[in-house]
Design a protein around this ligand. Structure first.
Ligand code: NAG
Ligand code: NAG
Ligand code: NAG
Ligand code: NAG
Ligand code: NAG
Length: 456
């Protein structure tokens, strides 16, 4: 018994020593894995703590109370807006849930007359906004003519968007040749009735929110920004669109897009339906269209400095929409931001917008070096059209051409008018080819579906 056990024990010892050696040689790897696991746990913990703090504030209770306060102010007559009656009297705005709350910024999902909308305000309380100064000096707002209002509002808009007055006047800020700020003023000017105190106060609270001002100014000029549907007091409603996400290969959830045929119809039967590949190409074309418009439609170029899937969404017709515009700047403001002291080019990066360091002046060039197109190619198109994800399709000549063009585009600084044209032409041909052969998305489509199945 004993000897046998000893032998067996010796064998085990051998085995243990052998394992130990193996472990020794792998110690570095093991240590690394442990560290990695440790930091993973730590980060997860942080996220969890952060979430629970957030949810403390982003509760339904608190959100509803905020909206109740808003309605109270509406009934008192201190605020107004085209959404107020539906929200406070008719009950046509149905609260869904709180999406975000931080530092007073409030984002709520709701349904307005059956349509999903997002209600937003940078600050939860109306009283937290700066009042319009001149209201204090005048007994009634009646003396303020609509033209005065337009004047003050235009100043406020210019200020918020960083549009210098002189440039605005001579160049004409946007919409081909009329100034961006003035264009916005036109909507206000067409009324002879003077503004009530509540109207002015509400307008002012809205104008202090850069996002509102920005979206409002671009509403009629571009289809590529989220639509502002209405407002009440300091809250405004924008169309609800679900954002893209980095972890999905297709970026957007395509399943509920482009009105799929009746259920039960399989792929062969659903002729009216776009394949995933076709949809991706159409979305890519819409991205190109958006970039072209942002570069050329307004006399000041519009720079997108935070380009990532989460900041874009698509409508049902596959139009790409910029939904987070906190990091979008017109040229004058862009120049202000880039104009910094520097010791190397690395000091001249502002998120996705970068310029060069002029070493003799030790100052960054105010001119942006890269372009919206370059960053879109690098961060959106390259992952989309990478060979590994294309699978069997990757070898097709047109796909190879597309990959090359995208690669070149993501490495090309500056204007890139040619590369824009090339991408446009390749994508258009790909769409025509897809339509002609009618063979659907093939391997890629199935892969896409496997991924989008994760979207819940
Ligand atoms: C908003 O108003 C409520 C009630 O008046 C108050 O309790 C709350 O602290 C205010 N929030 C902020 C951010 O000022
Ligand atoms: C700008 O001009 C183009 C044609 O040059 C036209 O299609 C577009 O509607 C114009 N936009 C505005 C806002 O006037
Ligand atoms: C815009 O430009 C056209 C021609 O360049 C000119 O006729 C028109 O008056 C301009 N409009 C404004 C509002 O400046
Ligand atoms: C930038 O550099 C100038 C002199 O080169 C200096 O006077 C200025 O204070 C610097 N500004 C900042 C923000 O460091
Ligand atoms: C750097 O600034 C100086 C002085 O403004 C200018 O003469 C020079 O051309 C600039 N250099 C570059 C590379 O832009």
């Amino acid at each position: 018994m004993l000897p046998g056990g000893l032998v067996a024990g010796g064998g085990r010892l051998c085995l243990l020593r052998w394992l130990g050696l193996r472990l020794w040689s792998r110690r570095g790897t093991l240590l690394f894995a442990l560290l990695w696991f440790g930091s993973w746990l730590f980060l997860n913990g942080l996220v969890l703590v952060h979430r629970s703090i957030m949810s403390d504030y982003c509760t339904d209770d608190k959100s509803k109370r905020i909206l109740q306060r808003l309605c109270l102010e509406f009934r008192e007559g201190s605020v107004t807006g085209d959404m107020c009656e539906d929200l406070c009297v008719l009950g046509l705005v149905e609260y869904k849930h709180c999406l975000y709350y931080e530092n007073g910024k409030k984002v709520i999902e709701a349904r307005w007359r059956g349509n999903p909308v997002i209600l937003k305000s940078k600050l939860e309380n109306f009283s937290s906004y700066e009042p319009l100064g001149i209201l204090d000096y005048q007994d009634t707002a009646e003396e303020l003519s609509p033209l005065d209002v337009v004047f003050y509002a235009t100043l406020e808009v210019r200020n918020s968007l960083g549009l210098a007055e002189e440039e605005e006047e001579e160049g004409g800020g946007g919409g081909n040749n009329s100034s961006l700020a003035r264009l916005w003023g036109k909507r206000l000017k067409y009324r002879d009735k003077s503004y009530s105190r509540a109207e002015l106060a509400s307008l002012w609270s809205l104008l202090q929110q850069e996002e509102y001002t920005f979206l409002r100014v671009l509403q009629d000029l571009s289809t590529h920004v989220a639509k502002v549907l209405g407002s009440c007091g300091h809250f405004y409603a924008v169309e609800y669109l679900s954002a893209g996400h980095a972890w999905d290969q297709n970026i957007f959830s395509l399943e509920d897009m482009a009105a799929p045929g009746p259920p039960g119809q399989d792929r062969a039967g659903a002729r009216g339906r776009w394949t995933t590949r076709e949809m991706v190409h159409r979305i890519a074309l819409s991205f190109l269209d958006m970039i072209w418009h942002f570069d050329n439609d307004f006399t000041h170029k519009l720079h997108l400095c935070d380009i990532k899937p989460e900041n874009f969404a698509i409508r049902k017709d596959l139009t790409v929409v910029a939904i987070d515009v906190d990091m979008a700047f017109f040229e004058p403001k862009m120049r202000d931001i880039l104009d910094q002291n520097c010791s190397s080019d690395d000091d001249c990066n502002f998120f996705d917008c970068s310029s060069r360091c002029n070493l003799s002046r030790r100052r960054c060039s105010p001119r942006r070096r890269n372009s919206n197109l370059q960053v879109i190619c690098e961060k959106i198109f390259r992952p989309w059209f990478s060979p590994t994800l294309l699978g069997a399709k990757a070898g097709l000549p047109l796909q190879v051409e597309l990959q090359r063009a995208v690669q070149e585009c993501s490495e090309t600084d500056g204007e890139g008018g040619d590369i824009h044209q090339r991408l446009l032409s390749i994508l258009t041909r790909l769409l025509q080819e897809g339509g002609a052969s009618g063979e659907g998305g093939g391997a890629w489509e199935e892969k896409g579906h496997a991924h989008t199945a994760l979207n819940f």
